[in-house]
Design a binder for this molecule. Structure first.
Ligand code: FPP
Ligand code: MG
Ligand code: MG
Length: 312
């Protein structure tokens, strides 16, 4: 964590600062979002321009917004662990976890306004709205019970855009806006972030069924336990009729969890979700075509491969 960021997270209440800085001081996560912002900042000029101070701050802002959303998410999901550590809510309680998320978000907003770029402020504020919208969409399972598979998949992918891809798309786009890039390159970085984010969330949804808890640092089958329907279960429902019934009762009937796990593993749900993730990773790489070749563009391509191959 940079000195500026430590300063930014200081409050008159020591407990709040400690809680808000918890992940940053304990090694943090994969830092994929700030990495994308930094890579975009370099790649749009073919590696010629230096990383601007505003872009470095934007990278920090993306990680702060993401971390704030995880604090709230772990409360919503009653998650005991995150990144192989006790979650903030299990350590400090739900109330402080929510307030620390709010605090991080407030600090990110102050930092965002200091970039003095209204377009970037608008894009990154919209991301926050999208994060909330995605979570609210996830609360409602009716669509999975009443609609055909195409409509259901459209809903699921839109939810994934709001939950995950919007932050990546809009922060990559904001980075190239801060570089004063050509509209074609700005659009390219948006599409790169959007497709990479979609691939990232699809892999997350696969890992919830197949990942090793030790590597993921969070519990397996957390989505199902929370009644959250994702790609693997949607596609499993095409092959096994009883899925709709189970989803209709929020997967809370006796033996529903075990049955759903068995059905998903016996269906084409997991390979189909993985296939779709690979397609979006390819689209992310294709989106970069207008950018001139550089080691940074290459690194952005490699990141797309890593997103697919990741096990944590
Ligand atoms: C992780 O999803 C959660 C998100 C990607 C977004 C969470 C957003 C909110 C809680 C809305 C509030 C937003 C802000 C900015 C305060 P997951 O539960 O599927 O993944 P996990 O397995 O990593 O928990
Ligand atoms: Mg969660
Ligand atoms: Mg969640």
């Amino acid at each position: 964590m940079s000195k500026e960021m430590i300063q930014l997270l200081t409050s008159s209440h020591a407990g709040l600062s400690q809680c808000a800085g918890y992940f940053f001081e304990n090694g943090g996560g994969k830092f994929i979002r700030p990495t994308m912002v930094v890579l975009c900042s370099k790649a749009v000029s073919g590696g010629e321009s230096p990383l601007l101070p505003t872009q470095r701050r934007l990278a920090e802002i993306t990680e702060m917004i993401h971390t704030a959303s995880l604090f709230h998410d772990d409360v919503l999901d009653s998650s005991p662990t995150r990144r192989s550590l006790p979650s903030v809510n299990s350590l400090y309680g739900n109330k402080l976890a929510i307030l620390a998320g709010d605090f991080l978000l407030a600090k990110a907003s102050v930092s965002l306004s200091r970039l003095r770029n209204l377009e970037v402020v608008e894009l990154m504020s919209t991301v926050i709205e999208h994060l909330v919208q995605g979570e609210v969409m996830q609360l409602n399972n009716d669509v999975y019970v009443n609609k055909g598979v195409d409509e259901v998949m459209e809903y699921y992918l839109r939810k994934n855009f709001y939950k995950t891809a919007s932050l990546m798309a809009n922060s990559c786009m904001s980075s190239s806006i801060l570089s004063n890039s050509e509209p074609e390159l700005i659009e390219a970085t948006y599409l790169y972030g959007k497709h990479l984010g979609t691939a990232f969330q699809l892999i997350d949804d696969v890992l919830d069924y197949e990942g090793e808890e030790g590597k993921m640092g969070k519990p397996r089958y957390a989505d199902l336990r929370g009644g959250v329907v994702t790609g693997p279960l949607v596609w499993a429902g095409e092959e096994f009729e009883e899925v709709r019934e189970m989803v209709g009762r929020g997967l809370r009937g006796e033996g529903d969890l075990e049955k759903a796990i068995e059905i998903v593993h016996n269906s084409s749900g997991l390979p189909r979700t993985l296939q779709l993730a690979k397609k979006h990773a390819e689209l992310a790489v294709q989106a970069l075509e207008p950018l001139q070749d550089s080691v940074y563009k290459e690194a952005m391509g490699n990141l797309a491969v890593r997103v697919i191959e990741r096990d944590s």
